[in-house]
Design a protein around this ligand. Sequence first.
Ligand code: OGA
Ligand code: NI
Length: 352
Amino acid sequence: MATGTPELQPPKFPSVKSLSESSALTSIPSSYTFTTDPSQHTALYPKDSIPVIDFSLLTSGNPDQRSKAIQDLHRACEEWGFFMVINHGVAESLMKGMIEACRGFFDLTEEEKGEFEGKPVLAPIRCGTSSNTSLDKILFWRDFLKVLLHPQFHSLNKPPGFSEVSLEYSQRIKKVVEELLKGISKSLGLEEWYINKAMNMSSGLQVLVANLYPPCPQPEHAMGLPPHSDYGLLTVLTQNEVGGLQVQHQGKWFNVNLIPNSLLINIGDHLEVLSNGKYKSVLHRVVVNRKATRLSVLITNGPSLDTVVAPAPELIDESHPPAYFGMKFQETFTLSPTNKHHGKSILDQVRI
Ligand code: OGA
Ligand code: NI
């Protein structure tokens, strides 16, 4: 460093929560100004809602009901890449408890949360703001918490009860995902346990991601999360009553209107690779608003870190040549750390 130059302090990024709670805030700091074209945030309400899958039919002993549910699943995966699951058997109180536990975490003091800030990408527990404050050119109006739940369960000792509710939620969601992957295997013409086995789901990576989007004085200029697809096989989302999630469908943006107590599922990049592009991961984003705080809790479900994800040989033939190179799942976290939350950045690296 040249002598005489005052030493630069590393930039300090408060949580969006603390920023939003400072009463003086009438406009957003320029580091959050995402767009100057408010029309970019507008989205439609789908006339036919996002597809609905009845989990009780998918797991039914009646073969006709089951095959109808698998057909529905096939259509949902092919046409939208997003679907709501009803009658999934996860108790409403558990879903609400998980959301409240995450709210309790965000309500801890900045000092208490500080212990988990600035950690590397696969740290067992980490929290922060935006996506990666040292890489994001523009900051997102979002605070997050990430906890690794499987193959090793990591426990957060504050707020009280977080550990118990996250363990139970993790286990319940894992069962739902296992059944969905059985149905998805069938819907691709594969043997029922194909994906669970090929992806070593018994030691699969499961991560809890909690997102907090506080009220924003200039929502048309900020972005909660920019358009991106998720890594992994399936993401499972539950949320509080505040909307903001939008998904891309046939080139247009649609608002997600969740059926109360349903789980929202979307296809991740690695299922796109495994299915050789038959089922695609889908771009989605989050917009923010002036009045209410959105809180979402996602469980990402991927293969074990050492699994090589490549198009299933059974789905390759002369008219369907492999469309992706194989990649070790672990590489997801090193391939493109610079634009994790932009577009389909992981797939851009493995497309043939
Ligand atoms: C994500 C995501 C949506 C939401 O964290 O990858 O898409 O509603 N979140 O928070
Ligand atoms: Ni996402």
